[in-house]
Design a protein around this ligand. Structure first.
Ligand code: GLA
Length: 360
Protein backbone atom coordinates (compact mmCIF):
# COMPACT_ATOMS: atom_id res chain seq x y z
CA UNK A 1 0.00 0.00 0.00
CA UNK A 2 1.45 3.38 -0.94
CA UNK A 3 0.21 6.89 -0.07
CA UNK A 4 -2.06 6.99 -3.12
CA UNK A 5 -3.65 3.63 -2.29
CA UNK A 6 -4.21 4.53 1.36
CA UNK A 7 -5.44 8.12 0.92
CA UNK A 8 -6.75 8.16 -2.64
CA UNK A 9 -4.44 10.93 -3.88
CA UNK A 10 -0.67 11.52 -4.19
CA UNK A 11 1.32 13.16 -1.34
CA UNK A 12 2.10 16.90 -1.41
CA UNK A 13 5.62 16.46 -0.06
CA UNK A 14 7.99 14.07 1.65
CA UNK A 15 11.12 14.15 3.83
CA UNK A 16 13.51 11.62 5.37
CA UNK A 17 15.76 11.40 8.42
CA UNK A 18 18.30 8.77 9.53
CA UNK A 19 18.58 6.64 12.64
CA UNK A 20 21.76 6.98 14.70
CA UNK A 21 24.31 4.90 16.52
CA UNK A 22 26.16 6.34 19.49
CA UNK A 23 29.88 5.51 19.60
CA UNK A 24 30.63 6.92 23.03
CA UNK A 25 28.91 9.06 25.68
CA UNK A 26 25.98 6.92 26.84
CA UNK A 27 23.46 8.19 29.38
CA UNK A 28 25.37 11.47 29.54
CA UNK A 29 23.03 13.72 27.53
CA UNK A 30 20.40 14.19 30.25
CA UNK A 31 23.30 15.00 32.60
CA UNK A 32 24.29 17.96 30.39
CA UNK A 33 27.29 15.90 29.19
CA UNK A 34 29.06 14.94 25.98
CA UNK A 35 28.12 12.47 23.23
CA UNK A 36 29.61 11.09 20.00
CA UNK A 37 26.89 9.70 17.72
CA UNK A 38 26.86 9.20 13.95
CA UNK A 39 23.98 8.72 11.50
CA UNK A 40 23.31 5.22 10.12
CA UNK A 41 22.34 4.43 6.51
CA UNK A 42 18.82 3.33 7.54
CA UNK A 43 16.21 6.07 7.68
CA UNK A 44 12.54 6.96 7.90
CA UNK A 45 10.50 8.70 5.21
CA UNK A 46 7.35 10.66 5.93
CA UNK A 47 4.93 11.70 3.17
CA UNK A 48 2.30 14.35 3.82
CA UNK A 49 -0.93 15.51 2.27
CA UNK A 50 -3.92 17.54 3.45
CA UNK A 51 -6.77 15.60 5.01
CA UNK A 52 -10.17 16.03 3.35
CA UNK A 53 -11.99 15.83 6.70
CA UNK A 54 -11.29 17.45 10.06
CA UNK A 55 -9.13 14.62 11.39
CA UNK A 56 -5.48 13.58 11.12
CA UNK A 57 -4.90 10.17 9.53
CA UNK A 58 -1.59 8.36 10.04
CA UNK A 59 -0.49 5.19 8.23
CA UNK A 60 2.56 3.04 8.95
CA UNK A 61 3.74 0.87 6.08
CA UNK A 62 5.90 -1.28 8.36
CA UNK A 63 3.06 -2.03 10.75
CA UNK A 64 0.34 -1.95 8.08
CA UNK A 65 -1.68 0.08 10.54
CA UNK A 66 -3.83 3.20 10.19
CA UNK A 67 -4.69 5.52 13.06
CA UNK A 68 -7.17 8.38 12.86
CA UNK A 69 -7.08 11.06 15.52
CA UNK A 70 -10.70 11.39 16.59
CA UNK A 71 -10.03 13.32 19.78
CA UNK A 72 -7.04 15.64 19.95
CA UNK A 73 -7.21 15.61 23.73
CA UNK A 74 -6.31 11.94 23.74
CA UNK A 75 -2.70 11.04 22.79
CA UNK A 76 -2.58 7.94 20.58
CA UNK A 77 -0.11 5.15 21.34
CA UNK A 78 2.57 3.47 19.23
CA UNK A 79 3.97 5.08 16.06
CA UNK A 80 1.10 7.61 15.98
CA UNK A 81 2.19 9.14 19.32
CA UNK A 82 5.43 10.45 17.78
CA UNK A 83 3.71 12.07 14.79
CA UNK A 84 0.92 13.45 16.95
CA UNK A 85 3.55 14.75 19.41
CA UNK A 86 5.37 16.65 16.62
CA UNK A 87 2.11 18.25 15.47
CA UNK A 88 1.18 19.20 19.02
CA UNK A 89 4.54 20.77 19.98
CA UNK A 90 4.41 22.91 16.83
CA UNK A 91 0.86 24.00 17.67
CA UNK A 92 1.94 24.89 21.21
CA UNK A 93 4.75 26.98 19.70
CA UNK A 94 2.11 28.96 17.81
CA UNK A 95 2.07 27.29 14.39
CA UNK A 96 -1.26 26.26 12.89
CA UNK A 97 -1.20 22.71 11.56
CA UNK A 98 -4.17 21.70 9.36
CA UNK A 99 -5.64 18.16 9.43
CA UNK A 100 -3.16 15.88 7.65
CA UNK A 101 -2.71 12.54 5.94
CA UNK A 102 0.66 11.10 7.01
CA UNK A 103 2.32 8.02 5.49
CA UNK A 104 5.42 6.55 7.18
CA UNK A 105 7.92 3.97 6.01
CA UNK A 106 11.17 3.11 7.72
CA UNK A 107 14.25 0.95 7.40
CA UNK A 108 15.48 1.82 10.90
CA UNK A 109 15.23 -1.33 13.04
CA UNK A 110 12.78 -0.81 15.90
CA UNK A 111 13.68 -1.64 19.49
CA UNK A 112 17.41 -1.96 18.84
CA UNK A 113 18.55 1.35 20.29
CA UNK A 114 19.14 3.00 16.89
CA UNK A 115 16.59 5.78 17.42
CA UNK A 116 13.77 4.80 15.14
CA UNK A 117 11.65 7.23 17.16
CA UNK A 118 13.99 10.21 16.62
CA UNK A 119 14.15 9.40 12.89
CA UNK A 120 10.34 9.41 12.74
CA UNK A 121 10.10 12.70 14.66
CA UNK A 122 12.76 14.49 12.63
CA UNK A 123 11.36 13.22 9.30
CA UNK A 124 7.86 14.34 10.37
CA UNK A 125 9.07 17.81 11.35
CA UNK A 126 11.12 18.18 8.16
CA UNK A 127 8.11 17.23 6.07
CA UNK A 128 5.90 19.67 8.01
CA UNK A 129 8.50 22.43 7.56
CA UNK A 130 8.43 21.82 3.82
CA UNK A 131 4.66 21.54 3.48
CA UNK A 132 3.84 24.62 5.54
CA UNK A 133 6.99 26.70 4.92
CA UNK A 134 7.74 26.84 8.64
CA UNK A 135 10.65 29.14 9.62
CA UNK A 136 12.44 26.56 11.79
CA UNK A 137 16.07 25.47 11.48
CA UNK A 138 17.66 22.04 12.00
CA UNK A 139 18.56 22.76 15.61
CA UNK A 140 14.96 23.76 16.37
CA UNK A 141 13.75 20.62 14.62
CA UNK A 142 15.86 18.55 17.04
CA UNK A 143 14.48 20.52 20.00
CA UNK A 144 10.85 20.17 18.91
CA UNK A 145 11.45 16.45 18.28
CA UNK A 146 12.84 15.98 21.80
CA UNK A 147 9.82 17.78 23.27
CA UNK A 148 7.50 15.49 21.30
CA UNK A 149 9.27 12.43 22.70
CA UNK A 150 9.20 13.67 26.30
CA UNK A 151 5.64 15.01 26.30
CA UNK A 152 3.87 12.50 24.07
CA UNK A 153 5.93 9.26 24.17
CA UNK A 154 6.67 9.49 27.91
CA UNK A 155 10.45 9.04 27.78
CA UNK A 156 12.41 11.68 29.70
CA UNK A 157 15.12 11.55 27.04
CA UNK A 158 18.05 13.85 26.43
CA UNK A 159 18.66 15.56 23.10
CA UNK A 160 21.32 13.30 21.57
CA UNK A 161 19.11 11.18 19.30
CA UNK A 162 17.17 14.06 17.79
CA UNK A 163 20.34 16.13 17.28
CA UNK A 164 22.05 13.19 15.60
CA UNK A 165 19.09 12.50 13.34
CA UNK A 166 18.76 16.18 12.42
CA UNK A 167 22.45 17.15 12.12
CA UNK A 168 24.71 14.10 11.69
CA UNK A 169 25.75 12.25 8.53
CA UNK A 170 27.07 8.72 8.02
CA UNK A 171 30.63 9.81 7.17
CA UNK A 172 31.43 11.66 10.39
CA UNK A 173 31.02 11.54 14.14
CA UNK A 174 29.09 14.38 15.71
CA UNK A 175 30.63 15.64 18.95
CA UNK A 176 27.93 17.41 20.92
CA UNK A 177 28.05 19.29 24.19
CA UNK A 178 24.46 18.75 25.29
CA UNK A 179 24.51 21.72 27.68
CA UNK A 180 25.71 24.44 25.31
CA UNK A 181 24.70 22.56 22.12
CA UNK A 182 28.19 23.39 20.84
CA UNK A 183 29.04 20.76 18.24
CA UNK A 184 31.89 19.63 16.08
CA UNK A 185 31.95 17.26 13.15
CA UNK A 186 34.86 14.82 13.37
CA UNK A 187 36.20 12.15 11.00
CA UNK A 188 35.92 8.52 12.02
CA UNK A 189 39.13 7.23 13.66
CA UNK A 190 41.81 6.23 11.16
CA UNK A 191 41.49 3.01 9.15
CA UNK A 192 38.34 2.10 11.04
CA UNK A 193 34.67 1.47 10.33
CA UNK A 194 31.56 0.89 12.36
CA UNK A 195 29.87 -2.45 12.94
CA UNK A 196 26.47 -2.65 14.62
CA UNK A 197 25.12 -6.05 15.65
CA UNK A 198 21.72 -6.52 17.23
CA UNK A 199 21.58 -8.83 20.25
CA UNK A 200 18.15 -10.10 19.17
CA UNK A 201 16.93 -9.31 22.69
CA UNK A 202 14.40 -6.50 22.40
CA UNK A 203 14.63 -3.66 24.85
CA UNK A 204 12.28 -4.33 27.71
CA UNK A 205 11.47 -2.02 30.61
CA UNK A 206 13.56 0.49 28.71
CA UNK A 207 11.43 3.53 29.42
CA UNK A 208 10.79 2.80 33.11
CA UNK A 209 14.43 1.82 33.73
CA UNK A 210 15.57 4.85 31.74
CA UNK A 211 13.41 7.32 33.65
CA UNK A 212 14.60 5.75 36.91
CA UNK A 213 18.28 6.23 35.98
CA UNK A 214 17.58 9.81 35.07
CA UNK A 215 15.91 10.43 38.44
CA UNK A 216 18.91 8.84 40.22
CA UNK A 217 21.32 11.15 38.39
CA UNK A 218 19.25 14.19 39.30
CA UNK A 219 19.24 13.10 42.93
CA UNK A 220 23.03 12.60 42.84
CA UNK A 221 23.54 16.06 41.35
CA UNK A 222 21.29 17.61 44.02
CA UNK A 223 23.19 15.86 46.83
CA UNK A 224 26.49 17.12 45.42
CA UNK A 225 25.12 20.65 45.05
CA UNK A 226 25.68 20.92 41.29
CA UNK A 227 23.27 21.71 38.47
CA UNK A 228 24.04 18.46 36.66
CA UNK A 229 26.60 15.62 36.92
CA UNK A 230 28.40 17.23 33.98
CA UNK A 231 29.76 19.69 36.54
CA UNK A 232 31.77 16.95 38.28
CA UNK A 233 35.04 15.97 36.62
CA UNK A 234 36.87 14.41 39.57
CA UNK A 235 35.60 10.93 40.49
CA UNK A 236 36.81 11.40 44.07
CA UNK A 237 34.07 13.97 44.66
CA UNK A 238 31.32 11.38 44.23
CA UNK A 239 32.60 9.19 47.07
CA UNK A 240 30.33 11.20 49.36
CA UNK A 241 27.27 9.64 47.70
CA UNK A 242 25.41 6.56 48.96
CA UNK A 243 24.92 3.57 46.66
CA UNK A 244 23.56 3.12 44.03
CA UNK A 245 23.91 6.86 43.36
CA UNK A 246 27.69 6.67 43.66
CA UNK A 247 27.96 4.06 40.92
CA UNK A 248 25.48 5.88 38.68
CA UNK A 249 27.43 9.12 39.07
CA UNK A 250 30.77 7.35 38.51
CA UNK A 251 29.52 6.09 35.17
CA UNK A 252 28.48 9.56 34.06
CA UNK A 253 31.71 11.26 35.20
CA UNK A 254 34.02 8.63 33.67
CA UNK A 255 31.96 8.45 30.46
CA UNK A 256 32.17 12.22 29.99
CA UNK A 257 35.93 12.02 30.52
CA UNK A 258 36.17 9.29 27.87
CA UNK A 259 34.38 11.45 25.29
CA UNK A 260 36.57 14.43 26.10
CA UNK A 261 39.66 12.27 25.61
CA UNK A 262 38.47 11.38 22.09
CA UNK A 263 37.99 15.06 21.40
CA UNK A 264 41.71 15.60 21.99
CA UNK A 265 42.43 13.17 19.14
CA UNK A 266 43.10 9.46 19.77
CA UNK A 267 44.18 6.46 17.72
CA UNK A 268 41.67 3.81 16.69
CA UNK A 269 43.25 1.49 19.26
CA UNK A 270 42.67 4.00 22.06
CA UNK A 271 39.15 4.76 20.84
CA UNK A 272 38.45 1.02 21.06
CA UNK A 273 39.82 0.81 24.61
CA UNK A 274 37.55 3.66 25.63
CA UNK A 275 34.55 1.82 24.13
CA UNK A 276 35.48 -1.32 26.07
CA UNK A 277 35.75 0.70 29.28
CA UNK A 278 32.38 2.28 28.54
CA UNK A 279 30.75 -1.15 28.34
CA UNK A 280 32.17 -2.19 31.72
CA UNK A 281 30.90 1.05 33.21
CA UNK A 282 27.41 0.64 31.68
CA UNK A 283 27.29 -2.97 32.87
CA UNK A 284 28.62 -2.61 36.41
CA UNK A 285 28.03 1.00 37.46
CA UNK A 286 25.00 2.02 35.44
CA UNK A 287 23.48 -1.49 35.29
CA UNK A 288 21.74 -1.12 31.94
CA UNK A 289 23.22 -4.17 30.21
CA UNK A 290 21.67 -7.64 29.96
CA UNK A 291 23.44 -11.05 29.76
CA UNK A 292 22.89 -11.33 25.98
CA UNK A 293 24.60 -7.98 25.33
CA UNK A 294 27.48 -8.87 27.66
CA UNK A 295 27.99 -12.15 25.79
CA UNK A 296 27.80 -10.45 22.40
CA UNK A 297 30.17 -7.64 23.36
CA UNK A 298 32.67 -10.11 24.84
CA UNK A 299 32.70 -12.21 21.65
CA UNK A 300 33.20 -9.11 19.50
CA UNK A 301 36.00 -7.77 21.71
CA UNK A 302 37.89 -11.10 21.40
CA UNK A 303 37.68 -11.12 17.59
CA UNK A 304 40.68 -10.19 15.49
CA UNK A 305 40.39 -6.83 13.74
CA UNK A 306 38.21 -5.29 16.45
CA UNK A 307 39.40 -2.11 18.20
CA UNK A 308 36.61 -2.09 20.78
CA UNK A 309 32.92 -2.73 21.39
CA UNK A 310 30.10 -1.83 23.76
CA UNK A 311 26.34 -1.78 24.05
CA UNK A 312 24.81 1.24 22.38
CA UNK A 313 21.71 3.31 23.11
CA UNK A 314 19.74 3.16 26.33
CA UNK A 315 20.55 -0.53 26.97
CA UNK A 316 18.18 -3.08 28.58
CA UNK A 317 18.58 -5.09 25.33
CA UNK A 318 19.10 -3.86 21.76
CA UNK A 319 22.32 -3.51 19.79
CA UNK A 320 26.10 -3.41 20.21
CA UNK A 321 28.45 -1.07 18.37
CA UNK A 322 32.05 -1.87 17.51
CA UNK A 323 34.94 -0.04 15.91
CA UNK A 324 36.73 -2.42 13.55
CA UNK A 325 39.48 -2.32 10.91
CA UNK A 326 38.33 -0.85 7.58
CA UNK A 327 36.89 -3.39 5.19
CA UNK A 328 36.60 -6.12 7.81
CA UNK A 329 33.17 -5.52 9.33
CA UNK A 330 31.23 -8.12 7.36
CA UNK A 331 33.84 -10.86 7.92
CA UNK A 332 33.99 -10.03 11.62
CA UNK A 333 30.18 -10.05 11.86
CA UNK A 334 29.95 -13.51 10.29
CA UNK A 335 32.51 -14.88 12.71
CA UNK A 336 30.87 -13.21 15.74
CA UNK A 337 27.33 -14.25 14.82
CA UNK A 338 28.35 -17.87 14.38
CA UNK A 339 29.56 -18.01 17.98
CA UNK A 340 26.84 -15.78 19.41
CA UNK A 341 23.98 -17.65 17.77
CA UNK A 342 25.51 -20.97 18.84
CA UNK A 343 25.05 -19.73 22.40
CA UNK A 344 21.29 -19.78 21.71
CA UNK A 345 20.72 -16.19 20.64
CA UNK A 346 19.40 -14.68 17.45
CA UNK A 347 21.75 -11.83 16.58
CA UNK A 348 21.96 -10.01 13.28
CA UNK A 349 24.14 -7.44 11.55
CA UNK A 350 22.50 -4.00 11.21
CA UNK A 351 25.39 -1.77 10.03
CA UNK A 352 26.83 -1.97 7.45
CA UNK A 353 23.34 -2.63 6.18
CA UNK A 354 23.12 -5.65 3.93
CA UNK A 355 21.96 -4.65 0.46
CA UNK A 356 19.76 -7.01 -1.56
CA UNK A 357 22.77 -8.53 -3.28
CA UNK A 358 24.32 -9.36 0.12
CA UNK A 359 21.15 -10.92 1.37
CA UNK A 360 20.71 -13.08 -1.72
C1 GLA B 1 18.14 7.06 24.59
C2 GLA B 1 17.75 8.54 24.77
C3 GLA B 1 18.96 9.45 24.60
C4 GLA B 1 20.14 8.98 25.46
C5 GLA B 1 20.38 7.48 25.28
C6 GLA B 1 21.42 6.94 26.26
O1 GLA B 1 18.52 6.82 23.27
O2 GLA B 1 16.76 8.90 23.86
O3 GLA B 1 18.60 10.77 24.91
O4 GLA B 1 19.95 9.32 26.80
O5 GLA B 1 19.20 6.72 25.46
O6 GLA B 1 22.65 7.52 26.03
Amino acid sequence: MDFQQVFGKPPETQASAPGRVNLLGEHTDYNDGFVLPTAIPQGTTVQLGFSSDSQHHFYSENLNEQVSILDINHTPSGFASYIFGCIEVLQKAGYTIPPLCVYVKSSVPMGSGLSSSAALEVATLRALRQLLNLPINDLEIAQFAQQAEIQYAGVQCGIMDQMASSLADTEHILFLDTRTLERRVMPLPEKAEILVIDSGVPRTLASSGYNQRRAECEEAARSLGVKALRDITDVNVIKALAEPLQRRARHVVTENNRVLEVLQGVTSERFGELMNASHVSLRDDYEVSVPALDTLVEIIQKTEGVFGARLTGAGFGGASVALVRSGQSKGIATHVLEQYNQAGYNGQILVPSLGLSDAA
